[in-house]
Design a protein around this ligand. Sequence first.
Ligand code: SF4
Ligand code: SF4
Length: 433
Amino acid sequence: MQTTFTADQLANPHVAESEKILRKCVHCGFCLATCPTYVTLGNELDSPRGRIYLIKDMLENDRPADRQVVTHIDRCLSCLACMTTCPSGVHYMHLVDHARVHIEKTYRRPLADRAIRALLAAVLPHPSRFRAALKLAWLGRPFLPLFERVKALKPLASMLKLAPSGLPAVEDPPREAQAQGERRGRVALLAGCAQSVLDPGINQATRRLLTRFGIEVVAAPGEACCGALVHHMGKENAALAAARNNVDAWTAEMERGGLDAILITASGCGTTIKDYGFMLRLDPAYAEKAARVSALAKDVTEYLADLDLPAPSTASGLAVAYHSACSMQHGQKITRQPRKLLEKAGFAVKEPREGHLCCGSAGTYNILQPEIARRLRDRKVKNVEATGAEIVATGNIGCMTQIGSASRLPVVHTVELLDWAWGGPKPEALTAL
Ligand code: SF4
Ligand code: SF4
């Protein structure tokens, strides 16, 4: 694609990066067929190519974001299916991230939208606040029909519908979980924010599994939310502050006892942490450290797949529909490892149709864009249930909540099934099986 940025504009490294990306796009339109919003809405402006044109026009003309741009960029799930499909290597993720920052800086959203976004940014990344908010959800439930009728309040209705009726006990992760037998490795495990509140059992299963295989698992003091939630809202300063905080925490841990990997059990977080090196590339105090952290970041299944695992102790033979989260398959290009591990653990892995399409969770998307998210969720649930599987497994808490809100099948994290197969307890969600 030809661009007409001036030398002055290109002196801005963010614009220069976006120009490089824009020039790679050859308008072929291959990406349209795999874009969930184009498939759902059928509007070119809700396709990757359409959004690329909108972003180009806005940046090239140094224009503040307008309502049209904001509408279509807000509808983008950041699922990155377009990046998997694109034959020209267009880095849509970095382009849309830049566009979101530009929107945040130049566009004044309606009051209700601003308030919801501020609320999400202030609550979700902080486990104690998130927990308190979920506990208070019952106060809002009587107003659910009202929230559903008023367009500006629909995100509140979505939040209430997604809030679980009960919460598991708070987990205080051990500073160090010692390896059993001979130590084969030492890793830091991200505690996460929303996941640690909604389902602490995921990281408990991860620690059991890894320590059983001789891996010491540590929690780096000071580590907190990865920043993905605010990053996707274009809140650049908050996202960079979260990244710097974690880079400091993990760098100190590397210096203290060495780390073979930084493990993540929520693929949405993994995609962002693997991008810290890029996010902080212009910060001389952090660029190198951030690149080191990104290089060490791994999804738990990526790490496990490289270990020499013994035969499982429980082979249930249950049929599992594996839902590959977008951040897993498109964001991190991890496709083979989770399936192979589940098969090795004795499960019959089923592939849902349209596996490349997002379930509609996408961070806060199912709150901010509830209509499209619901349509994508229902499509996903239909495809998952059509496999005839008894269980759904996935590697991202957002997808677990989204699919679990509509499916009759139990939804578990992949690592919970692996822990069960290698001697851990049966996941609670499977008690009835
Ligand atoms: S990230 Fe997903 S929703 Fe956004 S343009 Fe690409 S394919 Fe479409
Ligand atoms: S597939 Fe790639 S090159 Fe083709 S229109 Fe989409 S982003 Fe541009």
